[in-house]
Write a protein that binds this ligand. Structure first.
Ligand code: PMT
Length: 410
């Protein structure tokens, strides 16, 4: 597994001689497991052809802001929402100035302005242009806005001068982009996550299940691992590959999931139940395939154990997060679940067209005892990272409060 497996990297290319290295950068990003899309400025196209970047990225290159055909396909807002990170390499002095001013006068600046994901720039220019007070002022503005500045390196430049202004080499850029995902917020902690549906057998070939694909739960597990946690993912039947750096335990039924969760809870600090667990199972699955001889068939269903409620009840020191798929009034339903299951946080998602079950996107309403917070619609991978950040903040606040209560008792 590469360091960027399942990551969507939008590569921006601006006009500079280092643009010839961007083809290699894209190849290295893909070697590290990333999916890549490219946006070029008009200046970049003077240095490297869109065809070259299309060939290495595997997708048509995006160039025009006001192109009705392109906007009907993947327009500027879709590109901004598609990306997990935007990396502009090389980033010219002109582009950095326009970014610092918040301009939206071409496709690349507009995508950067519309993006809610990290933006990284790899400056490349003549050393005197880099040293110029105007450029340094722009860099201060960009850093203050949490834009990641990768480089520049020092050395001999294409213009023959020596100094800072060379674009970082592609391999170093890949390493630095990978580091952007490693937040360290859950370093040293163990997190157990459930994902996917469960399958409750009726007979050897039929069963009761639901439409959960596992996408949300797998994204949560991957985000927790990126945040530095040791992660165990207990997954019902899905078609997804194991997430990188996560111990994945495959199960079938709710009872299997319950058993697997409980056998992996030792040393756990956080439990996140994303699975759509079947509430009922057939009391006695038929040992052989049921024949369709009778006009009616009655199945006797019995309740499955509630995995999340049991973890919260038996292991009160574990910070417990539940999900809730709701069609109406998510806040009230989430609050009811928070209380009935005795958990710390509920992530409620509306189910509907393009959201929730099976979809690539989701939106969440986080509800804890004190407040609620909306995480806007986004691809499940970025939403999972935002959720893990919120969980980490609450977990650490809770531990600090517990420590000070303990200290005042001693
Ligand atoms: O997998 P995807 O296609 O990406 O879809 C993601 C999702 C929509 C399934 C996910 O985001 C989600 O909402 N999961 C929870 C579904 C739900 O409504 O579950 P629930 O209301 O039945 O249960 C509430 C909570 O209790 C959940 O955390 C669930 O994991 C847990 N639970 C429920 C029943 C049970 N027997 N054991 C449990 O642990």
């Amino acid at each position: 597994m590469g360091t960027l497996t399942n990551k969507r990297v939008l590569v921006g290319v601006t006009g500079g001689i280092a643009a010839y290295k961007t083809a290699d950068l894209i190849r290295r990003l893909r070697d590290a497991g990333a999916e890549t899309r490219v946006v070029m400025t008009a200046g970049a196209a003077e240095f490297i052809t869109p065809l070259t970047l299309q060939a290495v990225s595997g997708h048509p290159v995006h160039e025009q802001l006001l192109d009705t055909e392109a906007e009907a396909g993947m327009g500027h807002i879709d590109l901004a929402r598609w990306a997990d990170v935007i990396v502009v390499a090389p980033a010219s002095a002109n582009f950095l100035a326009r970014l610092a001013q918040g301009r939206a006068d071409d496709l690349l600046t507009t995508v950067c302005l519309a993006a809610a994901v990290p933006v990284a720039v790899a400056p490349a220019m003549n050393q005197q242009m880099w040293a110029n007070a105007a450029t340094q002022n722009n860099m201060r503005t960009l850093r203050a806005r949490k834009i990641h500045v990768l480089g520049p390196a020092e050395g001999e430049q294409a213009c023959g001068e020596i100094g800072p202004g060379r674009m970082l080499e592609p391999l170093e850029l890949v390493a630095r982009v990978s580091e952007l995902f490693a937040t360290g917020e859950l370093e040293g902690l163990k997190v157990v996550v459930t994902a996917g549906p469960t399958w409750e057998a009726i007979d050897p070939v039929r069963g009761i299940t639901n439409r959960s694909s596992g996408k949300m739960g797998y994204a949560v597990a991957a985000a927790a691992a990126e945040a530095g946690a040791r992660v165990v993912l207990v997954s019902g039947p899905t078609a997804l590959p194991d997430p990188p750096r996560v111990q994945t335990v495959r199960v079938v039924s709710a009872q299997d999931m319950y058993d697997a969760v409980h056998s992996h809870l030792e040393g756990a600090h956080i439990f996140i139940g994303v699975a759509a667990v079947a509430d009922y199972r057939v009391e006695q699955a038929a040992p052989g395939k049921i024949k369709k001889t009778a006009d009616r068939l009655t199945l006797e269903l019995v309740r499955n154990p509630d995995i999340l409620a049991a973890v919260a009840h038996r292991r009160p020191h574990i910070y417990c997060v539940g999900f809730a798929a709701e069609t109406d009034d998510p806040e009230a339903n989430a609050r009811a679940k928070l209380a009935s299951k005795g958990i710390d946080l509920v992530a409620a998602n509306r189910v509907g067209p393009g959201l929730g079950f099976e979809a690539d996107d989701n939106e969440l309403l986080l509800v804890d005892r004190d407040k609620s917070k909306r995480l806007a619609r986004a691809p499940k991978s970025s939403l999972a990272r935002a959720l893990i950040h919120e969980v980490a903040v609450r977990y650490h606040a809770e531990s600090r409060a517990q420590d000070s209560r303990q200290a005042s008792r001693n």
